[in-house]
Design a protein around this ligand. Structure first.
Ligand code: KG4
Ligand code: ZN
Length: 364
């Protein structure tokens, strides 16, 4: 079969708590994008329990695939390429998606592609906004906070990374401290709308630092201490939410500004920098607005995918899988799911705290 004949691509995403199935076409139409989240289950525990998440993927995946096919008005036989997140992520969930995808590929006699979850986020704006290479990517999710120069397919240069916690994790932890639910980001954003961001003076780790990286663990600790010094009521909670959202946003904007100037040199000032934001935290409207402001100041062109394509979804996996297939062909069926899978092989050198690869090294 010829590589470029494929039309309908199925994407399976099970690396965290959402069972997500998307179907996209090679012409960039999103035919369906089904997400079954486990929030009600996870609210009971205040976070993700990997074993429960994996079992839930197993119960949801059949239904989610059928729902995606129905929405797209397709049958399984109409699918030309099967893609699934092969890592990084919670290994139980990644195994469920990978085994399911391989079985489908074998039974339908279609090629299978194992997709790096981060590449899914990284290439989303190419699906939704037709962004051309090269661009600067701010990837902000529950597990990752990175700035990456996306030079062309498969050529990713990490410019900045978190030394400890991710931005999304900080939102989640803050919501947990305030006991306002899970996932924390959307809850904090909602409460912050009527809050005063200047009411609490929270730290902004690495702000204006010459070291390009992020750090959020100190902010988490400071937030915890601030909360414990206050008697919570609705107004104080809203003010705390607005304050931590502003601190996180200011750090993201500051590090991105630093990266834009370096990236401009990297591409030899040839054109305006294209700035793309991706990952769950990119669905935060306050942060999008601040990044847009920065882009205007820095003469950058700003792209932010639609909100439902920022958080984990199957369409992004299908699209990244299609690009990967066009460059590298299909993945061997002996592919092993990977809990850690950095986008850039040099990633570990960026992180002085975790300079090793492997079990004790950087996750991604
Ligand atoms: O990309 P994603 O769906 O999953 C991972 O790959 O981690 O990101 C999930 C993260 C969670 O930490 C969640 O709290 C955060 O994205 N998030 C938000 C918002 N929506 C999701 N953070 C801030 N504001 C939001 N509106
Ligand atoms: Zn993600």
């Amino acid at each position: 079969m010829k590589k470029n004949n494929y039309k309908n691509i199925l994407g399976i995403e099970t690396s965290c708590d959402d069972t997500a199935i998307g179907i996209v076409t090679s012409e960039k139409s999103i035919l369906s994008n089904i997400v079954i989240n486990q929030n009600s289950n996870l609210n009971k525990y205040g976070g993700i329990v990997p074993e429960i998440a994996a079992r839930d993927h197993l119960s949801n995946i059949d239904y989610a695939i059928q729902a995606a096919l129905d929405k797209a008005k397709l049958e399984l036989n109409d699918i030309d390429l099967i893609t699934a997140t092969g890592g990084p992520g919670l290994i139980g969930g990644v195994i469920v998606g990978t085994v399911f995808a391989k079985s489908l590929a074998m039974s339908l006699d279609r090629p299978y592609v194992a997709v790096n979850h981060l590449e899914g986020h990284a290439l989303t704006a190419r699906l939704t906004d037709n962004v051309k290479y090269p661009y600067l990517l701010l990837l902000v999710s529950g597990g990752h906070t990175q700035i990456i120069a996306v030079l062309e397919y498969g050529k990713y240069v990490r410019m900045s990374s978190t030394l400890d916690d991710a931005a999304g994790e900080t939102f989640d932890k803050a919501a947990k401290i305030l006991d306002i639910g899970f996932p924390g980001g959307p809850m904090i954003e909602k409460m912050a709308v009527d809050g005063d961001p200047k009411s609490f003076d929270l730290p902004k780790p690495m702000y204006k630092s010459k070291n390009p990286n992020f750090s959020f663990s100190g902010l988490k600790t400071a937030f915890n201490q601030t909360v414990s010094r206050n008697k919570l009521n609705k107004t104080i909670t809203k003010n705390l939410c607005a304050s931590i959202q502003k601190s996180i946003s200011d750090c993201l904007v500051d590090r991105t500004k630093f990266a834009i100037s370096k990236f401009t040199k990297m591409i030899n000032n040839k054109s305006n920098v294209q700035l793309v934001v991706a990952g769950g935290v990119a669905s935060n409207l306050y942060i999008r607005k601040e990044l847009k402001k920065l882009s205007l100041e820095a003469n950058a062109i700003f792209f932010a995918p639609p909100l439902d394509l920022c958080t984990d979804n199957g369409a992004m996996i299908a699209w990244a899988g299609y690009e990967k297939y066009n460059h590298e062909g299909e993945t061997n069926l002996d592919f092993k799911p990977r809990p850690r899978w950095p986008l850039d092989p040099e990633a570990h050198y960026m992180n002085p705290v975790q300079p090793k690869i492997g079990k004790s090294g950087v996750k991604a």
